[in-house]
Design a protein around this ligand. Structure first.
Ligand SMILES: Cc1cc2nc3c(=O)[nH]c(=O)nc-3n(C[C@H](O)[C@H](O)[C@H](O)COP(=O)(O)OP(=O)(O)OC[C@H]3O[C@@H](n4cnc5c(N)ncnc54)[C@H](O)[C@@H]3O)c2cc1C
Length: 463
């Protein structure tokens, strides 16, 4: 939903408008984005049959390709877009600005060290000094990754007691207990639900897997802002609320707390694209063939015993290839053609370049601290619940909850030397409660409305 980005530099500064490239960027010289090879030469080299065809070249498909090709299988990847990486790509999206933006996904937690080791990938993660900053115009909360006393003092300052801080610690202990049981399950052979959950304490099983997550949060924390800060991990990317009977909020929360057994989220050095570049070269070196601009149309039975036939479109022409196995690394459309609420994305992302960090209204927290962690805006607990019901009734929230984050503060290597010397910074705004289904009716108008509202709520915290 993006083509024009306006930096929310606040009243003190003139608004600066950056226009993102209209087409797909062409960064062949850097190897960052690969242009589609000429169709004829691609097809000339294509075999008629592969051991494995992988539909979609996101990072999960690339990992699978790396393993399979290293095991000696013939692998073909078919990617609809002109570039590789899916939601983990990086690109220089601002004309004339040398800044590699992690366009969608930007933090890593769920990528197991074992996979990096097996594939020979050097995955370096940066450490963010501040985990999060959450102001609400009255109070503010700062959670540090390096100094526990900063976090404790901030909880006390906000609430006037230690109760929420102690509740927060207890909650984290419970999360760590759950993470220790669930995280290894991502790499071990699949077991059934009972076998997996049997390793949990009964109260953890109930709180994380059987009851709506709202109960757990409300029993540990009193302050609305602190409850909200915790609940964002259950809501980011999907449309849900604390009491959601489908437990979508519980599942989303689990994804956010189990990573590497700690639930820590860190930016990869060089941005997401640096990780994807490594995955791509591992897969290619092992012999994987990758065809971009190739959208899979249908996966059907082939003529051989266990073969499949994959039909795809390349440069407007329909092609097909046979495979023993097909891995589907993209979400297929819902059979009914309708949007499935539990799988529907509910997020907007705005990428910006700033000529300098905006000044904050806060008298106690510096802009560097606030922007280097996750800066929560309008993400109070009851506010998010109300927004859910507003969206459920068909309208976008007046004041969209969102999180902003300055990647280049933690990892200046994503900026070219000139941009770095000028002191420019990237800023990402990741917004809640923007379900795909609502935008379908008039994407352009709702996109504009979302931009205006997001900048308004961000500017509330800037001088
Ligand atoms: C805005 C946003 C921010 C996010 N932030 C984070 C984050 O910070 N950290 C995190 O861990 N996760 C994050 N996520 C989630 C994460 O990005 C995804 O879970 C992950 O990228 C999924 O990877 P994948 O390889 O499975 O699929 P994808 O990355 O979705 O890749 C699927 C690929 O399939 C291709 N494709 C689609 N249809 C076809 C077709 N018919 N034929 C051929 N190819 C096709 C697509 O073009 C794409 O390249 C975020 C998601 C979004 C949307």
């Amino acid at each position: 939903m993006s083509s024009e980005f306006i930096s929310p530099t606040g009243n003190r500064n003139k608004p600066e408008v950056f226009r993102a490239n209209s087409g797909f960027p062409d960064f062949d010289s850097t190897g960052l984005i690969r242009r589609t090879d000429p169709v004829d030469s691609c097809l000339l080299n294509l075999r008629t049959k592969y051991d494995v065809v992988i539909a979609g070249a996101g990072h999960n498909g690339l990992v699978a390709a790396g393993y399979l090709a290293q095991a000696g299988k013939s692998v073909l990847m078919l990617e609809k877009n002109p570039e590789i990486g899916g939601a983990t790509k990086s690109a220089r999206i601002f004309d004339g600005v040398d800044a590699k933006i992690s366009v969608y996904s930007y933090l890593v937690s769920l990528f197991p060290r074992k996979i990096a080791k097996d594939l020979g990938i050097d995955l370096q993660l940066k450490r963010r000094k501040i985990a999060s900053y959450t102001p609400d115009g009255i109070g503010e909360l700062l959670v540090s990754n390096v100094d526990e006393s900063v976090t404790r003092d901030s909880f006390h300052e906000l609430t006037g007691t230690d109760r929420d801080y102690l509740g927060y610690l207890k909650l984290q202990e419970a999360q760590e207990r759950v993470a220790k049981v669930i995280w290894p399950g991502l790499l071990n052979p699949l077991v059934d639900r009972e076998a997996l959950l049997s390793g949990l304490q009964p109260e953890d099983r109930r709180a994380f897997f059987e009851e709506p997550l709202g109960n757990l949060i409300e029993s540990h924390l009193d302050h609305d802002l602190i409850r909200g800060m915790v609940f964002t991990d259950a809501k980011i990317g999907v449309l849900t609320e604390p009491e959601d009977a489908t437990l979508l909020q519980n599942r989303t929360f689990l994804y956010h707390i189990i990573g590497r057994g700690t639930g820590k989220w860190q930016p990869p050095a060089g941005g997401m694209g640096a990780l994807v570049d490594q995955l791509e070269s591992v897969a290619r070196r092992a012999g994987t063939e990758i065809l971009t601009g190739a959208g899979v149309l249908e996966i059907g039975p082939g003529s051989g015993n266990s073969d499949h036939e994959v039909r795809f479109s390349l440069d407007g022409q329909e092609q097909s290839v046979r495979a023993r196995f097909v891995l589907q690394n993209h979400t297929p459309p819902h059979p009914s053609g309708e949007v499935d609420r539990e799988r529907e994305g509910s997020v907007f992302k705005i990428n910006l370049m700033l000529k300098h960090l905006p000044a904050l209204k806060s008298k106690t927290v510096s802009a560097e601290d606030a922007f280097c962690g996750t800066f929560h805006i309008d993400e109070g607990y009851e506010k998010m619940r109300a927004d859910y019901w507003a969206v459920d009734a068909g309208s976008l929230p007046e004041d969209p909850g969102c999180e902003i984050y300055c990647h280049s503060l933690t990892d200046p290597s994503i900026l070219g030397e000139e941009v770095r010397e000028k002191g420019w910074q990237t800023l990402t705004c990741f917004g809640l409660d923007a379900p795909y289904g609502l935008f379908e009716s008039d994407n352009e108008a709702l996109r504009q409305l979302t931009l205006e509202r997001a900048f308004r709520v961000i500017n509330e915290h800037l001088t």
